[in-house]
Design a protein around this ligand. Sequence first.
Ligand SMILES: [Zn+2]
Ligand SMILES: [Zn+2]
Length: 329
Amino acid sequence: MMQAMLLKEQKKPLKLCEVPIPRPNAEQVLIRVHACGVCRTDLHVFDGDLTEPKLPLILGHEIVGEIVEVGENVRDLKMGERVGVPWLGFTDGTCRYCQRGMENLCENPLFTGYTMDGGFAEYTVAYQRYCFRLPESYGDVEAAPLLCAGLIGYRTYHLAGEGIENLGIYGFGAAAHIIAQVAKQQGKHIYAFTRPGDKDAQEFALRLGADWAGDSDSMPPILLDAALLFAPVGDLIVHALRATVRGGVVVSGGIHMSDIPSFPYHLLWEERVIRSVANLTRQDGIEFFNLIANNPVKTEVESFPLEHANEALDKLRRGELQGAAVLVI
Ligand SMILES: [Zn+2]
Ligand SMILES: [Zn+2]
């Protein structure tokens, strides 16, 4: 048996329970979880914004742990190896999207901590194809937020395109604090937008290398070439469009957002682009972990014991975290 924080019903606090240790199938490994990050998507599952979780469910898709058992068809992973498990937990490999290199859009996916059990537990199982080797220079706790905040942040940044000088980041939480460091290393100027009046978050952004920080409804001192959105607030799309240059790109990194208000067409005109990001590909993971192995980023984490997962979710909801929450197991 193992201890797990179980979501039995959406909107009801997680409960510490004893449940059987899962058995890996032929394509899976069993992982002893060392650390698991707490992501805004966990909050969306908890709150019922995402409507199709398996129940009861173990949340958590930023898992770092050690392989303690391998399924019979597992070839590339060994007992004792450290791996990371991300949100995308399985794809069919055969649908039109998988066949075109867009496995992030697979028609028959499984998601860690949503349609499969995740890492708010002592053990979890994961498909061998969706385990990442992590750069050794990162400790377990520091590495956990890289598995979603880092990876989705990277994909969001990547989809903003080439040739960016001035990059806006709306919502300065876990994803932003990682990707701002990557962008800074690549010579971008960073403009950080936070909840109006959130001076702590603005100072945090400046400390991590932002060139400017201000309220999300204000204009930056210079127009942005691209804007990345990590806060689930539809109004930000309109604020960001207003703050971008002609041909600028606004990329929304979240899985859920409040409705986008209507806005005059001229904000979109001049070839501005709005796009979203869904999930990740394994290729994103390979690129991202190579990049940060050679160009280290520092993740700021607040750690909680497993049984305090509800407190971590509450702090995330209230915007009281600087950086990322991580359960240490
Ligand atoms: Zn597919
Ligand atoms: Zn996530």
